[in-house]
Design a binder for this molecule. Sequence first.
Ligand SMILES: [Zn+2]
Length: 157
Amino acid sequence: MARTKATRATTKSSSETAAEIAAEISEKVLAASARAVCAQAYSPYSHVRVGAALLAADGRVFTGCNVENASFGLTTCAERTVVCKAVSEGAREFVTIAIATAGARALPPCGACRQVLHEFAPKLRVLLVGARGKPRAVRLDQLLPSAFGPDHLRRKR
Ligand SMILES: [Zn+2]
């Protein structure tokens, strides 16, 4: 579904901005994409399946799942998986991320993922998607107030 919409969006007139095109991709599609990628989760230890769908400002949608490891500290959450996929494909600006779990209760991003998301989109819209019910929307700066970020490393001149 996301591919169809994104493909159609790229054929629109050049007078439309990337942001307008991106805005056309509905949050329902994003939530559905996040739910679908939960099936790819590699979670033999926690058995928690998480999927994330990230809408870039250019209209592309990237998806990712959690990838656990027997050395637990090496586990990668779905949110960080999708950010690495998107950045490696040249996307740097993001509009919305949908985070879905196969469980009934939506799960918020962990602290590490909040920090990674903040690097690229401090005011990112975050949709928390449970197996049932309507997604809950929150802004990243509400989840990670007073965040440390790239501005703190820039030298004052
Ligand atoms: Zn995480």
